[in-house]
Design a protein around this ligand. Structure first.
Ligand SMILES: [Zn+2]
Length: 279
């Protein structure tokens, strides 16, 4: 009996070691992580760029729904992981291809950071990235302005909110910087532009492929800058707008107010969250 118990324990230790190794290697490969983890050695106060648990949940839920994978989520190291064995149910193939490749990417790290209330970030924006000279790993900082998402809910129909969501914007930002499809490499400028041009398919068009797979309204790919609302409806005075099109060609708008146009009480210490030196 003792021998069997011993063998069982030994097996348990052996399997635990395997699970630990698997788990460890999963983490080593996972390359979409939040600001907190990577920037803790930074002498600057990085806590203000930290993503809250609620914001993390919002990102996770949107990725799960749009990628058709229940296993994707942040682990205790604040890093996105997923179960490679899980079969996808519905969701967008295009989105899975990019996000899962980014998670498995050995050469690029994507930091997801909180820039809520920052004047220079409208919804999301990514910096130029920095390269570690030893490892040759490039780290990009993806800045999310969660207050813009919040603000847009006041002026925007649900079909558009669903189409301009955190997960879709994560896809959009990564697609600007790195290609995981050899047929559509990043152009020599180092950045994939928003709008398509001869020979280069733009980020908005790529993002629309995801939207089409998910039956979401499509963003106008001809225009990258938001327009000022010029209509007579007072509710929308001082908003900016981006056009989306539904299946029957019906136009819908994403609308929001720039930080400077919001009543003071709606703004949470906006300027203190601006980090200098970003593009
Ligand atoms: Zn863009």
């Amino acid at each position: 009996m003792a021998a069997i118990t011993y063998k069982k324990t030994a097996n348990r230790i052996y399997y635990s070691a395997i699970i630990f190794l698997l788990f460890g290697s999963l983490n080593a490969q996972a390359k979409i992580t939040t600001c907190l983890k990577e920037l803790t050695n930074n002498p600057a106060d990085t806590s203000k760029y930290e993503i809250s648990d609620t914001q993390k949940k919002e990102i996770e839920n949107d990725l799960r729904e749009k990628m058709g994978l229940a296993s994707i989520g942040f682990d205790k190291h604040e890093t996105l992981i997923y179960d490679k064995r899980e079969p996808a149910i519905r969701g967008s193939e295009k989105m899975r291809e990019l996000i899962l490749s980014a998670i498995d990417d050995q050469k690029n790290v994507f930091l997801v950071c909180n820039y809520s209330g920052a004047n220079e970030v409208q919804f999301a924006k990514t910096d130029k990235g920095w390269i570690d000279v030893n490892s040759r790993i490039t780290t990009y900082e993806i800045m999310f302005d969660f207050e813009d998402f919040e603000n847009s809910r006041r002026y925007t129909p649900d079909v558009v909110l669903e189409s301009y969501s955190l997960g879709i914007l994560l896809f959009h930002e990564i697609d600007h910087k790195v290609s995981y499809d050899p047929k559509y490499p990043i152009p020599p400028t180092g950045v994939r532009p928003d709008k398509s041009s001869r020979g280069v398919r733009g980020v908005i068009e790529n993002t629309n492929i995801v939207r089409r797979e998910l039956s979401l309204v499509l963003r106008n790919s001809k225009r990258r800058i938001a327009k000022r609302y010029r209509g007579a409806n007072q509710i929308f005075t001082n908003t900016r707008q981006i056009t989306f099109k539904g299946p029957a060609g019906k136009r819908n708008f994403l609308r929001w107010k720039l930080e400077s146009k919001r009543p003071k009480m709606q703004r949470a210490d906006a300027t203190s969250r601006v980090k200098l030196g970003n593009v």
